[in-house]
Ligand binder design. Structure first.
Ligand code: PHE
Length: 454
């Protein structure tokens, strides 16, 4: 299929915004603070930053190189580079992970719509303490009708954009909204840091206490780095495949990683000061962000307007991520199975909704799913399986492929195809071939040896 008929970003900025839109989402604002809170704060943050630098960014470049060279989807890229081998299985794992992630991500994204509704009703204008905020949260996520309804609505929005195609749909949505989100986060961070007792939160976030570190925390940091950058499941292969030939890919990739990591750190700078100020427990789990933030809005001038803007932007940030999740699956069916984009978006989005229902009901809506296995909810289990394990295995396999099968020189050639040089190219090659595979195997090995998977 020619490039023109597959679609292409309108330029480097179009790619950066769309890829940053994929990367920046609930992973930064919802998942990062709660993972950090559950895994010891500052030490986790350091580990996470280390994983971004040593594992995330090298995987990002591996995926982008494959996408650019082949102009294919997650499965097709492997197939194009080594025909008649089992390597495309890595792509299939990625597609499964895309589905698996979308099926719980859309539930949490649905909560943001519920919160947007509350914001419009002015519920965040009055003083709200931790108890009142907690009650609002449990009421929303535990109500089967709202939980499933908002999930359906969110998937519907995702389908409507993905069926529009790469540039028209995906790019346009990201262009204005990402910078707006960044601005609003900045204001919130300043407010949170100046709340009474906020400095204790800053200390918790920035001063590492390594006695808190466990194998589970290292695994969580690795998973979080991959999840946050949308890696290990072919999203960046797919997005890289639409990258314009004449543009500087290494630089664009670096900017995406920088933007994503900054938003995560910024979210931490909001969440932990606010949390300590409101007297909440950092290890409160997936509800953390939803419970903490409403305690902050009323302390701002025009709190209601602020809350509306924040939840609208959070929903949009989540939307640019769900778009990329569905796009990975749709691109495969369009390229490899010759489905029409329209049909692929509706059918696959519909299947995903069915898979999402148990997660939607797992927060109090139905007891079977609330404590599904190991005393953990269905949603949490999906989050760990797909978000941590599937992405880690996917990233490991991708790097072994690029480093040992396809070859570093060819990958660098693809990254530098526009004539722009890639900085640290030889260091990158060493990391992809040696450091990264060993690191991921060691982390997974620790988990298996302790037997504590969740
Ligand atoms: N990176 C997205 C986020 O942080 C989630 C995501 C993961 C999207 C994997 C695509 C692939 O919200």
């Amino acid at each position: 299929m020619s490039t023109a008929s597959r679609g292409q970003w309108s330029g480097r900025l179009g790619f950066i915004l769309a890829a940053a839109g994929s990367a920046i989402g609930l992973g930064n604002i919802w998942r990062f603070p709660y993972m950090a809170g559950e895994n010891g704060g500052g030490a986790f943050v350091l580990l996470y930053l280390g994983c971004v630098l040593l594992i995330g960014i090298p995987v990002l470049f591996s995926e982008l190189a494959m996408g650019r060279k082949t102009e294919r989807n997650a499965v097709g890229a492997f197939r194009a580079l080594v025909p008649n081998s089992w390597w495309p299985a890595v792509g299939y794992l990625g597609i499964a992970a895309g589905f698996g992630i979308l099926a719980f991500y859309s539930v949490v994204a649905g909560w943001t719509l519920g919160y947007l509704g509350h914001a419009f009703m002015g519920d965040f204008g009055a003083a709200m303490d931790a108890d009142a905020s907690g009650a609002l949260f449990t009421g929303l996520i535990g109500d089967p009708l709202q939980a499933v309804g908002y999930t359906a609505l969110f998937l519907l929005l995702t389908i409507l954009i993905v069926r529009g195609g790469v540039s028209a749909g995906i790019e346009r949505a990201s262009k204005i909204l990402m910078p707006a989100l960044f601005a609003i986060l900045l204001v919130l961070a300043i407010r949170a840091l100046t709340l009474p007792g906020g400095m204790a939160g800053l200390e918790y976030l920035l001063v590492p206490d390594f006695s808190e570190l466990s194998a589970g925390a290292v695994m969580a940091a690795l998973g979080q780095a991959l999840f946050s950058l949308s890696l290990g499941m072919g999203a960046m292969v797919t997005y890289g495949s639409y990258f314009p030939k004449e543009e500087n890919m290494p630089q664009a990739g670096a900017l995406v990683a920088l933007a994503d990591t900054s938003v995560a750190v910024l979210a931490g700078l909001i969440m932990f000061p606010a949390l300590f100020s409101a007297g909440l427990d950092p290890a409160a789990g997936p509800g953390l962000v939803f419970v903490v933030l409403p305690t902050v809005f009323n302390s701002l001038p025009a709190g209601t307007l602020f809350a509306i803007a924040f939840y609208a932007l959070l929903a949009i940030a989540a939307l640019t991520s769900t778009i990329s999740l569905l796009e990975v699956v749709v691109a495969y069916f369009v390229d490899e199975r010759k489905w029409k984009r329209e049909k692929a978006a509706w059918v696959l989005g519909g299947v995903c909704f069915v898979l999402a229902v148990p997660s939607a009901l797992s927060q109090g809506g139905a007891d079977v799913f609330t404590s599904f296995l190991f005393d953990t909810s269905f949603l949490d289990i999906q989050n760990i399986i797909w978000g941590n394990y599937a992405l880690s295995i996917g990233a490991l396999a991708t790097c072994v492929f690029v480093g040992w099968k396809w070859g570093i020189p060819k990958a660098i050639e693809a990254l530098e195809a526009s004539g722009h040089r890639m900085a640290f190219a030889s260091a990158w090659g060493i990391v992809v071939r040696f450091v990264l595979p060993i690191a991921i195997v060691v982390v997974l090995g620790f988990i298996v040896s302790t037997g504590r998977y969740f």
